[in-house]
Design a binder for this molecule. Structure first.
Ligand SMILES: [Zn+2]
Length: 387
């Protein structure tokens, strides 16, 4: 039996509570490559890594061998390059866009001139590698096993369990978690961290809630409370604290919705050969955890490890069929073979096809009305393949 190792994929967004914030910081700063190497080693030692939670970018960097990402790099990758990128961004979108047009017109064509962040990213890739960003992305897509999400899968047979929960129950749980974080001393941790690292920055007006640990949920929300003047009354102070707690709850809910959206957009709506299957486990009611969550998950895992097809189907986005790029469709009306589901859908709406359908219908009506089958046959014979 394979040994199982469970690790937390979280990099920055949440606090577990008891763990000191600084420790989280240090972990956040460790380079993702080192961590990916750890996963690789585990895999080689026949251990089954289970990654629980995690930020989107981090999970994607574990799943896919992404050579160059498309401007949304993992938190730690950002850390290294963010400084020069921030400098670039200061020049403003239009100016940067002019530069990019010169060195990488293909990339410039798909980026909005005001999207300074992405333009700066592409320029930086060009400066670091000497190769236009668009070429690198193209090369990456062309790799064996590559697909719409970038490079090929890093590990064989990965599998995603999406613990999904009805919105009301989720909101309630998230609120409870915030309360729990508070009772475990979140405010004191924030105060302490604020005094040591942020106070000076705020005085210099250089606080930055968009980067590093300061983008963690909590800092922005308690900004007013943490920076309140010493002269305000206790009542006012309490008000600011409650305001902070409320907005922390709100932001936590928003973040959870964003993560669900991410699962839908990145895994469910974009089926490709390099997208792992997603199995949905309903965790709205956890009173029967063993029968509703644990047992089905273990069965799926067992099947995948044996190379068998689990009896439960992986999920797809509502109303979206898995599209097959190589499926063959024969159009009887046009006497034509169409390859690919998308192309088939487009063909069925095309002018030529609709013309052939109308023609066929007329012919059939004519043949229903009279015994003159010769005319019908002639009509069919005249159908030529439409290119
Ligand atoms: Zn047709």
């Amino acid at each position: 039996m394979r040994r199982i190792l469970i690790a937390e994929g979280d990099a920055v967004r949440r606090w577990g509570g008891s763990q000191c914030l600084e420790e989280r910081c240090r972990r956040h700063l460790r380079h993702s490559r080192t961590r990916n190497k750890e996963w690789q080693d585990m895999h080689h030692r026949q251990k089954l890594p289970i990654i629980v939670g995690g930020t989107n970018y981090y999970i994607e960097s574990i799943l896919w061998n992404v050579l160059i990402n498309s401007g949304q790099g993992s938190e730690s990758e950002k850390g290294v390059a963010s400084e020069s990128k921030t400098e670039l961004e200061k020049l403003g979108g239009p100016e940067l866009h002019r530069w990019l047009k010169e060195v990488d017109p293909d990339m410039a064509a798909i980026l909005h001139p005001h999207d300074a962040r992405k333009i700066a990213r592409s320029l930086q890739v060009f400066m670091d590698t000497g190769v236009p960003h668009s070429c690198l992305l193209e090369e990456q897509r062309g790799q064996d096993g590559g697909g719409c999400l970038g490079g090929p899968l890093r590990f064989q047979n990965p599998c995603i369990f999406w613990l999904h929960c009805k919105t009301n129950a989720l909101d309630e749980r998230l609120d409870k978690r915030v309360d729990q974080m508070l009772s475990l001393g979140l405010i004191d941790e924030l105060k302490d961290f604020h005094q040591r690292f942020n106070e000076k920055k705020i005085k210099e007006n250089s606080q930055d809630y968009q980067h590093g640990i300061f983008q963690s949920i909590g800092f922005k929300e308690f900004h007013e409370y943490l920076t309140a003047s010493e002269n305000i009354s206790q009542e006012e102070r309490d008000k600011l604290k409650i305001k902070g707690i409320e907005s922390l709850k709100q932001v936590t809910r928003r973040y959870a919705r964003k993560q669900n959206k991410w699962v839908r957009n990145r895994f469910l709506k974009r089926p490709a050969s390099n997208v792992p299957p997603v199995y949905c486990l309903d965790v709205t009611d956890v009173t029967n955890w063993e029968t509703t969550v644990l047992t089905p998950a273990l069965e799926i895992l067992d099947c995948i490890q044996k190379g068998e097809q689990p009896s439960v189907q992986p999920i797809r986005a509502d109303g979206l069929d898995p599209r097959n790029k190589r499926s063959h469709h024969m159009c009887d009306h046009c006497d034509k073979v169409i390859i690919g589901d998308l192309e088939w859908t487009a063909h069925q709406k095309s002018k030529n096809h609709l013309y052939q359908v109308r023609k066929r219908r007329k012919a059939e009506q004519a043949s229903d009305q009279g015994p003159n089958t010769t005319e019908h046959k002639n009509v069919s014979d005249r159908q030529v393949p439409v290119l």
